[in-house]
Design a protein around this ligand. Structure first.
Ligand code: DX5
Ligand code: ZN
Length: 228
């Protein structure tokens, strides 16, 4: 199920954060029918970020409803306590914030041991240097282009230099991690993140607040492919 996460072209992962949670399975189905190749689920604990969203029960419901791979983006304190639970219930990627855990390496290893891909997320204020020593231990990096916590915020260009730097380090060191970006992605910004190297591109409001999910996903992906 993970092959699309490893292929070289950029893909758009719609984020469910702003979708209609009263009709969650229908939203998943609509997104898949619209061409979503993977989905992004924002788990927030009201402590690491101000908002509280959902946890394993809802992720498991999405897992049952969805055919495509799922990324669980953990915006929680002490992710080491629950990361492996998301891997066990069928998340294909479990993404942990480097700011939330003292030593991410054992958590990344535990996620991988469950057969999921282990990604590290980086908030806008966190420099790339912090994760450079950890890159061998992860399968992907999620560069945040907004402060984590809410959908619909404006894109922060600080992400562009970080993506470019990570792409260069990956090449220099012969590593294979995937490059993701999350926050403020739209038809106005996707060209720049794709050109900087982003491959797993999260889009929340640009898809969910559009009138036509298929048109939104198709346009974003074709722009990303053209710019990459
Ligand atoms: C923000 C979340 C994002 C959010 C993206 O904390 O991590 O995944 O859903 O939403 P947009 O694309 O609207 O910025
Ligand atoms: Zn996210």
């Amino acid at each position: 199920m993970t092959s699309v996460l490893e292929s070289s072209g950029p893909i758009v992962l719609p984020a469910l954060l702003l979708c209609d949670f009263g009709h969650l399975a229908r939203e998943v189905e609509r997104l898949e029918q619209a061409g979503a190749q993977a989905l992004h689920l924002d788990v927030m604990d009201g402590r690491f970020v101000p908002q509280l969203t959902y946890g394993p029960v809802v992720v498991e419901a999405v897992r049952r409803a969805a055919q495509v791979p799922l990324e669980v983006h953990m915006m929680v304190e002490q992710p080491e306590l629950t990361a492996v639970d998301y891997a066990r219930l069928g998340a294909d990627i479990v993404t942990v914030h480097v700011e939330a855990v003292v030593d991410p390496v054992p958590t990344l290893a535990a996620i991988r041991n469950q057969g999921a891909r282990a990604h590290l997320a980086l908030s806008p204020g966190t420099p790339v240097d912090v994760i450079e020593p950890l890159l061998h231990a992860c399968d992907g990096v999620l560069v945040m282009s907004v402060e984590p916590g809410f959908g619909g915020q404006a894109f922060e260009p600080v992400a562009l230099d970080k993506l470019a730097r990570l792409a260069a380090v990956r090449q220099e060191r012969g590593l294979g991690f995937r490059l993701g970006v999350d926050g403020g992605i739209s038809t106005e910004t996707i060209d720049r993140v794709a050109a900087a190297g982003a491959e797993l591109i999260v889009a929340g409001s640009a898809v969910i607040r559009s009138a036509d999910y298929a048109q939104a996903i198709t346009e974003l992906e074709s722009r990303a492919r053209a710019a990459s």
